[in-house]
Design a binder for this molecule. Structure first.
Ligand SMILES: [Zn+2]
Length: 426
């Protein structure tokens, strides 16, 4: 009997220490941006302590609670998580208290085994096609377009590319490919020129701006000072002061309500040194982002703290790295674009943490932080590359009844192949 008990306690201890070790590894590899969390998140022998800005310990996670809390942060609402943070504090939960938390958890990601006609039936993938501008008026506000003469010998608007059109086309193709395998797909936008509010930016300003700002002011979510400033903002200023982040948060909200098994965020990049993008660049690189790279001030807001705890305790970042790494590998193989090193762009060096996978960087982007699923935020190629820009403007092939080109189709295939390889293991 004693022997059995001894083996049992060893096994329990082993699994606990492994979880602590996994959290610490995630903290070091993805989350602690250049050591800035060293004084606010501390790993002790059998517990993780979170401190506030005054140096007081305000939340503790004990080794026996890790698995339970990981499930909790992945499967509950913001309100329930906020409550737990307050009620639990630094207390160690007994087994009975831990068990009582299970009533909140409804694992809606679980795939039930039934006789399926298609291999990926029951799986859900969310796709966010980046941006919304598809005409010069919107593009002047959003700043996500290329419009210039190809060279001095060919004056005129020979290069005209809207990133929103590229991302939406890719998303539509990827959606069809996944649906053929039985995957249920959510697109965060319904048309190339739509925001995530199912209308154009202009229509949103006309029909929703005052109502949304009024309700934020009336519920004290916005100060009167900020309200007055935003009401007076022109369309361009209002986009950068408010709408950009508001639209991104809405995309994340839509994705989270869908409870996806994986999320793909589609973007196309430019050479940052080619600013203001009035000519082609000789550079072309591929890369992808995942969540992480938190700074000390991120932990001062409750909402961001809850995102941090989910990313620390669950395997989502490890799964995102796997998915992103496979995607970058496919971009490189299918599109023949070199994988970016951290020295190829300033933001990779200054704002990101390197992961162990080539071309995959941890970055604290709104979507990478809020979306509650493994994800890849892909930047397949540079639109302003002299090799890419003309190929991106052609719509000379048709697939699933969608007019597209070789570059966008190969990008969609790259995401698709990475998802099919990883979806069942997530
Ligand atoms: Zn973009």
């Amino acid at each position: 009997m004693r022997k059995i008990l001894f083996i049992f306690s060893c096994a329990v201890h082993l699994s606990y220490s492994q979880s602590m070790w996994q959290c610490k590894e995630r903290f070091v590899d993805y989350l602690n941006f250049k050591g800035s969390l060293n004084n606010v998140v501390k790993f002790e022998d059998k517990q993780i302590d979170i401190y506030n800005s005054k140096g007081t310990r305000e939340f503790s996670i004990y080794s026996g609670e890790i698995a339970m809390l990981a499930d909790f942060f992945q499967n509950t609402t913001y309100k329930q998580q906020e409550q737990l943070l307050k009620l639990k504090g630094t207390k160690k939960y007994s087994k009975r208290q831990r068990d009582s938390l299970w009533i909140y958890i409804d694992d809606r990601r679980k795939i039930t085994k039934t006789k399926k006609s298609l291999p990926f039936e029951g799986y859900r993938v969310a796709i966010d096609p980046g941006h919304f501008a598809t005409d010069l008026e919107d593009a002047a506000i959003e700043q996500k377009y290329l419009y210039f003469a190809k060279d001095s010998l060919h004056p005129g608007d020979s290069i005209k590319i809207f990133e929103s059109q590229l991302t939406f086309n890719t998303a539509e193709l990827l959606k069809k490919m996944l649906e053929e395998q039985g995957v249920k797909v959510l697109l965060t936008r319904q048309q190339a020129n739509f925001t995530s509010f199912d209308c154009t930016y202009n229509d949103w300003l006309l029909n929703h701006k005052s109502r949304v700002l009024d309700s934020l002011k009336n519920t004290d979510a916005m100060s009167a000072e900020r309200y007055n400033k935003l009401m007076k903002d022109g369309d361009y200023r209002f986009f950068w002061d408010f709408f950009r982040d508001y639209d991104l948060s809405n995309r994340a909200k839509k994705v989270n309500q869908f409870i996806p098994h994986a999320t793909v965020i589609i973007h196309y990049n430019v050479d940052e040194k080619n600013d203001p993008w009035k000519k082609t660049s000789d550079k072309d690189y591929t890369m992808a982002f995942i969540g992480g790279a938190f700074t000390r001030d991120n932990l001062e807001r409750t909402e961001t703290k809850l995102h941090f705890l989910r990313l620390l305790l669950t395997k989502q970042l490890n799964q995102s790295e796997k998915l992103a790494s496979q995607t970058v590998y496919n971009f490189n193989k299918n599109l023949k674009v070199d994988i970016a090193s951290p020295f190829d762009a300033e933001y990779l060096k200054d704002n990101c943490l390197l992961t162990g996978s080539k071309g995959v960087f941890a970055r604290n982007l709104i979507l990478c932080r809020i979306i509650n699923s493994p994800l890849v935020y892909g930047e397949a190629l540079y639109q302003d590359s002299y090799k890419e820009c003309e190929a991106l403007m052609k719509y000379d092939i048709e697939k699933y009844g969608i007019k597209t080109n070789e570059r966008l189709l190969k990008t969609a295939v790259s995401y698709y192949q990475a998802l099919i390889l990883n979806l069942k293991g997530l």
